[in-house]
Design a protein around this ligand. Sequence first.
Ligand SMILES: [Zn+2]
Ligand SMILES: [Zn+2]
Length: 425
Amino acid sequence: MNIAYRDEIAKCPNCGANINLIVGRYPGGCNDSGGWVLKCHVCASLFPLTVKNPDDASAVRSGATIIDSWDNEIDNRAHILAKHGVADTGQAVERMLLVTHGEPEDFYDLESRALYRCTACGTELDAKAYAALSEQLDSINGAFATYLNWFLAHSRGAPEGISARVETACTCGRTHEARFYRKFSEHFPERAADYWLIDVASAAPIPEGGKTLDVDGIFSRDDCIAILEKLLLRWQAGHSAVLLAAPFIGFNFPGAKKKVPDLWNWVLKYTNPAKTLLITRKATFNLLKEVAKDTEMDVEFLKSWGLLNPTLATLDEKKAFFKTDFHAKFYCGISADSVEILVGSFNIHEGSYVENIHLLRYSLEEFSRRYLVGMKMFFDLKPLSTRRSMLDIFVDPEGIFRCKEIAYTGSMFSEPKPWASSKLT
Ligand SMILES: [Zn+2]
Ligand SMILES: [Zn+2]
């Protein structure tokens, strides 16, 4: 039977610790009403919590252990509470509901400035690449279905992501290979927009100095945002880590302040907290705290419910990534073999002011020498070499989509290093 799930957080009535629940309901079906006796993991106190379907569809994810349950139909609540010596204060436990199943979100904006251009004629390629993906989506899903059968029977672990490569023709006749990415999941995307465009490479030899990804010049702040947004998706997919050194996010003057939470939300939407390091000024973070107070992005409120984005929690708790004495701005995707870095005058601001930005590529050693040493930032670079596995979906010489697992220890944009365990299905 179909079950609809919702995440909830309840607070222990004794110590206020957060307890994460998943509450399941059978839409149109028979739903039991009842509850649990929970034991808090922090203070070990016992308390009752009312919940739908306590014995089957609902569960505690973290924060407490289920000691027992009651069922309103059997009318055994008082008996169960008495059995465990739990006082029934009649007081409702403070809890928060989180909607988990919303509309699919779009990440790659085809309305804003394109990132990739044809090396022969300069035509923008982003929308053409998505059109090509749309056309091939059924074939790609077909290849993925074959892989999934093998995966469910044999796999020892899911790849981190799925990359799909499709040929994209330019109006001038030149062919390019567009590369798309989505995080690994067993579902079949129905829309090309579920994939992020992460690279476009020329399929034929290109003239000296020709690049499909070429950013160097003067751009409006809105275009800078569009470029960085697309690079953040590329880096999150193709590199081991993302480093953002942004002294300012939004402006501290009346009228502009209300933009501050939007800009932070934008940073958080386009970065994965597990692989992102944000370096900023303490005043920049304090501005967010001040402006977001009593809004849905209230830092203290989110923290108290355990909902603060880990990138912000790191800033808030460790305070290790505040620097006061810097005005340098750079944003980069870092891997053990190469680094892509966007440098220039651009802070994270919107508007029509113009800024200079420049996309560079360096080896990790060269990047460390030129950028990290000057910032007096020293990191353990070893985790960058952690092997990441990807499912690559590509067209074989007969024109049929195939799947292959590829492991990377460097960036996805360098030559893939074939590992012994690569599996053709
Ligand atoms: Zn407690
Ligand atoms: Zn062209």
